[in-house]
Ligand binder design. Structure first.
Ligand code: A3D
Length: 321
């Protein structure tokens, strides 16, 4: 079987970690594209020179030419500016939309058969724009946000309960912004509801709710917390890990159920929009969106998030994108 080819568009912080992780896991040959001359070549040379030490054997190369992404099986896009302290993801809209248009043209020309995972912010709008410009079918174009947001939520729960993060199952739905919806009721530790464990820990239902609310709020603001500490950019290790998990699910036809920014048709009260939902990822990309029942509060929160996403996409369209 021919080796898979994975193109990374954007050779900045996330792009570099993606190239290293994909090489370490030998998921395929890596081509790292950036408009900055020599940057992707330098990063990939550095990574390749660790291959003897880490024991991986794939081709990992940098380029400034879209021609080199030809025949890619998967394209992961991180091109675009990250946030600086005090900025919201939506503040990046105009700058990153211009970049995304160029990227979509490049991918359309040279890798239109690829599956595409967008990471650039504002995520939901960038996925929508990429799909519109590239014309690649909806089930092959998706965004990474929910895997990371869910991992952040899971990490906070694990710390709070003093148990292994490996046993936490917690999911975040909706758009990748302040309106995201961490699903508290479904969060569990190997099947045991997190809320019950918190109530037992504190012997007080109100206190348990307070502690959970703090974790939910921290999850929603987790990207900003990292931006504030880094001062010069945003999270990059964890978004790269998240996109690699999605890549692996597709390349290995794993049928993983991962919160994905997927095109939703008449589900969760949304129709014809990209939104964070539980999706089955396999050899056909987004193979299915799984729908679960939401209570009144969860439905209201998700509707609020759908509104935020549709408003942002409408703003983007009004600006001519
Ligand atoms: P950064 O380190 O600045 O890398 C971005 C790269 O894009 C730079 O190397 C630029 O040279 C390159 N670039 C700029 N214009 C173009 C272009 N036209 N074509 C190709 N490449 C170009 O940023 P980063 O890697 O830290 O973050 C990348 C993006 O991911 C930003 O938009 C972030 O906001 C976003 N992000 C998303 C998440 C999610 O979970 C969705 C998390 C963290 C960051």
């Amino acid at each position: 079987m021919a080796r898979k080819k994975i193109a990374l568009i954007g050779g900045g912080q996330i792009g570099g970690v993606l190239a290293q992780l994909i090489s370490l896991k030998e998921l395929g040959d890596v081509i790292l594209f950036d408009i900055v001359e020599d940057l992707p070549q330098g990063k990939t040379l550095d990574i390749a020179e660790a291959s003897r030490i880490d024991g991986f054997d794939v081709s990992v190369k940098g380029t400034n030419s879209y021609k080199d992404i030809e025949g890619s099986d998967i394209v992961i896009i991180t091109a675009g500016l990250p946030r600086k302290p005090g900025m919201s993801r939506d503040d990046l809209l105009v700058t990153n939309a211009k970049i995304m248009q160029q990227v979509a043209e490049g991918v359309k020309e040279f890798a239109s058969n690829a599956f595409v995972i967008v990471i650039s912010n504002p995520l939901d709008a960038m996925v929508t724009l990429f799909q519109k410009v590239s014309g690649i079918p909806h089930h092959k174009v998706m965004g990474q946000a929910g895997v990371l947001d869910s991992s952040r939520f899971s990490t906070f729960i694990a710390w709070e309960l003093g148990v292994s993060v490996k046993d936490i199952n917690a999911m975040v739905l909706g758009g990748h912004g302040d309106t995201m919806v961490p699903l508290v009721r479904y969060a569990n530790v190997n099947g045991m509801p997190v809320m019950e464990l918190l109530e037992r820990k504190y012997g007080d239902a109100e206190k348990a709710k307070e502690v959970m609310k703090a974790m939910v709020d921290r999850t929603k603001m987790a990207g900003g917390e990292v931006v504030k500490l880094l001062k010069t950019g945003s999270a990059f290790y964890s978004p790269a890990s998240a996109a690699v998990q999605m890549t692996e699910a597709i390349l290995k036809d794993e049928k993983r159920v991962l919160p994905t920014c997927a095109f939703v048709k008449d589900q969760y009260g949304a129709d014809g929009v990209y939104l964070g939902v539980p999706a089955v990822l396999g050899a056909d990309g987004v193979e299915k969106v799984l729908e679960i029942s939401l209570d009144e509060e969860e439905t209201a929160a998700l509707n609020n998030s759908i509104n935020a996403v549709t408003t942002l996409v409408a703003d983007m369209e009004r600006l001519g994108f």
